[in-house]
Ligand binder design. Structure first.
Ligand code: AGP
Length: 613
């Protein structure tokens, strides 16, 4: 996620901004920048640089090289436009008099950019944020003050945004706007602060207000005036923050993994909502033509680890939607298997980091064989993204924990959206079925929030079972694919041995391992196979095994008649249930590892990005 810091006061702003940004580095970023008002002659002094914050700080001599007591700072996690100096924030208006820092996504930036270019406005970056700087200036053309112009701009932009805006024409005020991305206001003596996370300003003040969606604020040396979505003045409660700075590092969570599990509803909103418009899927800058899609003979998904598990779930959904054969292959296996891949194959490469060498090697082999490459990636501008013909970013924000969670969920969501898009082109799925899935897609973040709100129930089951030395995850169809991810999550952070098994395969050998006290996590969210799931549970129970079942709310009571424990997720379209079902499995692994005293964010022997073969 991007980081925002703002300051209005009597001290030099640049050192305060740089220090605040340094306390947001844990959020992950790829570039940084500051804008400070340095007086009538210099106006806005803007400095920004790709890379680590220390690059920028070195350029500015720790901030001493920039004069001025009003400014904004930003650490950028790229979504629109690769990491570069030009794409770093602050983004500046044509006149150079307005500087904007932004966290979130301007969903309709394309049309606004076209409108502004039609007005002769030149753009210097690939970012969505630059549109805001030019649009605010556009709305000042009748002499409107900065707050009025910002209000007019907010009526035109759509999406998620936390904005910090300063103007050389009104240098004693800083404008803040919040919608779907957090913003905090800080109150000091003769100064005020803006931050995307309390961590950035905690050493200056513990008096803070938390902006709500749709609100704006004007920060000055004398205080802060807040406004509601109608630009009517409102009073905000000022809280006393008693966090210790290091606790706030992870937004108050004990581990990045837990923070990222809890961020999944917001990550889903960012990945999905901008891509559903007027009841159809809208894929930005999509270069694969309808003719090409209609020419396809097969699809090959290539990935590693959890990204491979996304492909395993995606296979079921894509084949159902597209009626095309979908192969899913491990990156490390692909180039050694003489795959059936040619110019009539779409190779979908899935990778959170975009740097996994096994996956990159498979990408290059697929290209050598004539395939087109579409990648689903989280890190903007990463190697796999740069070598693909088409990239669909997950916009999940930085994922710090080694064990992936929100990236898995958003990768799967984007893969489903791709399938829905292609099904429209191919006419391979009834329109009403596609619309039903898309309608349900929009309810997912809320349903996922409900799943996460039941985390205590999962924690209870983890407390029952964390000491088991082996766990089976069984399921049929997508539940088997989901079990692969549940099993890997448990293994990689709790070091408990685990296997995922197709339920129907148990009787062909593995069931010999089931004995008194064996723990089996039985996934039964695929309701058309529910009876089969139930019979497999009986099979395990009759051999003395303990069964923790996962199913939907509508079938939980029935499942509870047989299983030792049941975790229920809200009912949803069958294709979307894995997006809900994975969350309890993530939480189960997290709590089991917690109770086993494991290093959750940095598990032994593992790296966040595996750049070796
Ligand atoms: C998942 O929790 C693991 N960290 C690992 O399996 C990971 O999914 C795999 O290394 C692939 O990484 P990528 O998605 O960045 O390519």
């Amino acid at each position: 996620m991007c980081g925002i810091v703002g300051y209005v006061g009597k001290e030099q702003a640049a050192p305060i901004l740089l220090d605040g940004l340094s306390r947001l580095e844990y959020r992950g970023y790829d570039s940084a920048g500051v804008a400070v008002y340095s007086g009538r002659d210099q106006g806005l002094n803007v400095h920004k640089a790709k890379g680590r914050l220390k690059v920028l700080s070195g350029l500015l001599d720790g901030g001493a090289a920039v004069e001025g007591t009003v400014g904004v700072g930003h650490t950028r996690w790229a979504t629109h436009g690769a990491p570069s100096d030009e794409n770093s924030h602050p983004q500046v208006s044509r006149s150079g008099k307005i500087a904007v820092v932004h966290n979130g996504i301007i969903e309709n930036y394309g049309e606004l950019k076209a409108f502004l270019q039609g007005q002769g406005v030149p753009f210097t970056s690939e970012t969505d944020t630059e549109v805001v700087a030019h649009l605010v200036e556009y709305f000042q053309k009748d002499g409107a003050d900065i707050l009025t112009a910002v209000g007019r701009c907010l009526r035109r932009i759509e999406g998620a945004y936390a904005l910090g805006i300063i103007s050389a024409d009104e240098p004693d005020r800083l404008i803040a706007v919040r919608k779907d991305s957090p913003l905090i206001l800080g109150y000091g003596d003769g100064c005020t602060f803006l931050a995307s996370d309390i961590t950035a300003i905690l050493r200056h003040t513990r008096r803070a207000s938390y902006m709500d969606d749709g609100e704006a604020a004007v920060l000055t040396r004398d205080g802060i005036q807040c406004y509601d979505h109608l630009m009517q003045p409102i009073e905000k409660e000022i809280c006393q923050v008693d966090w210790e700075i290091d606790a706030a590092e992870k937004g108050g969570y004990e581990h990045f993994m837990f923070k990222e599990i809890m961020e999944q509803p917001e990550a889903l909103r960012r990945a999905v909502f901008p891509r559903i418009r007027n009841g159809e899927v809208f894929l930005e800058d999509f270069a694969l033509s309808d003719e090409y899609i209609k020419s396809l003979r097969n699809i090959h998904i290539v990935a590693c680890g959890s990204s491979y598990h996304v492909g395993m779930v995606g296979k079921y959904n894509l084949e159902k939607m597209l009626r095309l054969p979908v192969e899913v292959t491990l990156g490390s296996e692909f180039r050694y298997m003489d795959p059936i891949v040619d110019e009539k194959t779409l190779v979908i490469v899935i990778s959170q980091s975009g740097e996994t060498l096994d996956t990159m090697a498979a990408l290059r082999e697929a290209r050598r064989r004539g395939a087109s490459i579409l990648s689903i990636v989280n890190v903007v501008g990463s190697s796999i993204a740069r070598e693909s013909d088409q990239v669909l970013y997950t916009w999940a924000g930085p994922e710090i924990a080694v064990a992936t969670t929100k990236a898995y969920t958003t990768q799967l969501a984007v893969l489903d959206l791709l399938g829905l898009y292609m099904s429209r082109v191919l006419g391979s799925m009834p329109a009403e079925e596609r619309r039903a899935v898309l309608e349900d897609f929009k309810t997912l973040p809320e349903k996922l929030e409900k799943v996460l709100s039941c985390k205590d129930g999962v924690q209870y089951y983890a407390s029952q079972y964390f000491n088991r030395d082996s766990v089976f995850y069984i399921g049929r169809n997508v539940d088997y694919a989901l079990g692969l991810e549940g099993s890997l999550k448990l293994k990689e952070i709790s070091y408990v041995h685990s296997e995922a098994y197709a339920s129907g395969e148990l009787k062909h050998g593995t069931i010999s391992l089931i004995e008194e006290g064996s723990l089996v996590v039985a996934l039964g969210t695929c309701l058309r196979l529910f009876d089969k799931a139930m019979s497999n549970i009986v099979e395990v129970k009759s051999r003395g095994g303990d069964v923790l079942a996962l199913t939907t709310e509508s079938r939980a009571a029935e499942m509870a008649k047989t299983a030792n424990g049941v975790i229920a997720i809200p009912d949803a379209h069958p294709m979307l249930l894995p997006l809900l079902g994975v969350a309890p499995l993530q939480l189960f692994a997290y709590y089991a590892a917690l109770m086993r005293g494991c290093d959750i964010d940095k598990p032994r022997n593992l790296a966040k990005s595996v750049t070796v073969e």
